[in-house]
Design a binder for this molecule. Structure first.
Ligand SMILES: [Zn+2]
Ligand SMILES: [Zn+2]
Length: 192
């Protein structure tokens, strides 16, 4: 059940932009489990360069990101995913250029990084196959999984179709081939 209040607000956008502002000051590059020669050379080169952004430049960068995301939540108010592969896409490039810096943007962003923004929630996976970390989780948007007892964002919680208990997706046995079926392991012991 989703109501109108269940939308991404400026708060999530500010937290997201703040994270990226800090990320370009000290980006991570050793993000590949199996690095290629090209990525090793790029890493060396990246480590040689010195990033120096003034607080004013970082502020401009963050404001540009917030501005862009604000327009995106008009059409996508409940979920936005932004990220970097090996170089910045349109939004990050524009924000970077607005800083009016001589740095090479390719060496300033953390590679293989994805961020998910949802109402009351911002999470990041920084690096190839890196774990997703919650960087903001508003308690108004959380529920507790009755199996693992972890507090998670509502979007990571489902309800068992039989016992109606709240379970996280990690603990649930959702069978996507039977899309309407969501069962906890206790109600569906045959799957184990
Ligand atoms: Zn769980
Ligand atoms: Zn159950």
């Amino acid at each position: 059940m989703e109501s109108d209040v269940y939308k991404i607000t400026e708060k999530e956008l500010i937290i997201a932009a703040k994270w990226w502002g800090e990320a370009i000051r000290s980006p991570r590059f050793e993000n590949d489990i199996n690095p290629t020669i090209a990525s090793v050379f790029a890493t060396l080169h990246a480590e040689e360069s010195h990033f120096s952004f003034t607080p004013e430049q970082i502020k401009i960068f963050q404001e540009k990101i917030i501005e862009n995301l604000k327009s995106r939540i008009k059409t996508s108010p409940r979920r936005i995913c932004i990220g970097i592969d090996y170089g910045p896409g349109k939004m990050f490039s524009e924000a970077f250029e607005a800083m009016n810096t001589r740095q090479n943007s390719s060496f300033c962003f953390p590679w293989k990084t994805n961020m998910w923004i949802k109402p009351g929630y911002v999470s990041v996976s920084c690096g190839y196959r890196a774990e997703i970390q919650d960087i903001y989780l508003n308690s108004d948007f959380t529920e507790k999984c009755y199996l693992c007892s972890q507090i998670k964002h509502k979007s990571s919680i489902t309800e068992c179709n039989i016992c109606k208990k709240k379970i996280c997706y990690t603990c649930s046995t959702i069978d996507y081939s039977k899309y309407d079926e969501s069962l906890c392991p206790k109600c569906n012991p045959n799957r184990f």
